[in-house]
Design a protein around this ligand. Sequence first.
Ligand code: HEM
Length: 452
Amino acid sequence: MTHLPTPPPLQMNSLWQLVNWLLRPVHYLEQARRQTGNTFTVAFGWWDILTFTCDPIVVEAVLRQSDQLKVGTNVALLAPLLGENSLLTLEGDRHRQHRKLLMPPFHGERMKAYASVMITATEEHFVTLPRDRPVDVFHLMQQISFEVILKAIFGLKPGSRTTEVSRRLLEMLKILSSPLRSSLILVKPLQQDWGRWSPWGRMQWQRRQLFQVLQAEIDARRQQPEGEDILSLLMSAQDEVGVGLSDGEIMDEMLTFLIAGYETTAISLAWALYWVYARADVRERLRTELAGLGENPEPMAIARLPYLNAVCQEVLRWSSPAPVIFPRSGPNPVQLGPYLLPAQRRIVVCTYLLHRNPALYPQPEQFRPERFLDWKPAPYEFLPFGAGARLCIGYAFAQFELKLVLATVLQQYDLELVNVSPSRLARRGVNLAPQGGIPCRVTPRKVLSLSH
Ligand code: HEM
């Protein structure tokens, strides 16, 4: 194995690489692949050396060897924000045990219960939009994504505690959407609690405030009949030997769902609306497919529509909201296809480049949902939600929301894009989002609603 080469380095000044990675990630990634191929080693400053890959063979080797290559210390910095009991920071048996308890509310028949929340949130937000000036669809989708999380995941009903929880949750999100504040918090030496006026001290204080109101919500919920939201289901979830999650564990996981699910979903929703209203052929085909379900179609029937499914897959491929998954590393050298990854070297699966690989997706910059009708990617060729032991727990939830929001808007509204050429994909924290938003004029079509 030792005769195998290590992944080739990108020939570029390391500080310049860091600047480009932070400010022009898409341009940087494409340049790196053109120069070195599908697996390459980068240096972000002299202190941070990582290997990136978008080669399906290497990707499969990384994700299948989760016992060797772990997220481990690579996400440890997130622990003070998300907590010690977050799926994103747990490893090994505790990670498996938490996943087992957390999975059921996110799958199968449970989805039906969330449909009306998703459709109602869309209808309520669209009905109040101004008709005389453009609105930013990305901002609107952030509001809808947040509301769906509050109602379907946290099960919050109108009331003063809900206002307080949602205010505190928004404060936590603000920390992550500001590149400066999030980097101040995620740099280990700056994790110093110098009171509420230091970034770290303030974040810790905000987290404590949030958990106080969440604890009050959990206590109140115990006095009520069990709801259908995810928080209620987790409060009663037990494994085969009758062990459930403590309140502290539940709160860490709830915050994780918000942070992992809010922005990624909003970005996909925004791009879905962009493409559907930029392309009359896609929009008409979708409307014809939806009309085939008759008046008041069932949400589960909508979710099964093949062309709508292909459009959503293409949105996730084209936009890759999470352009990389968390770095993995291990204590020993590991063979990854034709390469040897040195011990402790961090490897990053780059979904953005994987989804733009012309050998897999001809003319990758074009939006062509048909590619997903005629062809099914192999398991490690399409990874918007990751794969393996850390596959996104919200993948079915997010895709259901994508389909229902898109169907609701298509049936009831026309959107006129202010800029028809697509906005660029720009860094927003760890995600790629539409730069400058997606301004649109919104006009109602005719009154027709989905059953919910
Ligand atoms: C379009 C929307 C979404 C995208 C593109 C997305 C993407 C991803 C990806 C790529 C991963 C894997 C990270 C890795 O392997 O390092 C992941 C993990 C995760 N996602 Fe999502 N996600 C989305 C929505 C959601 C939603 C709605 C939730 C929850 C409500 C959620 C919760 C999580 C959690 C908890 C994990 C960690 C799983 C684990 O480590 O076991 N995500 N997501």
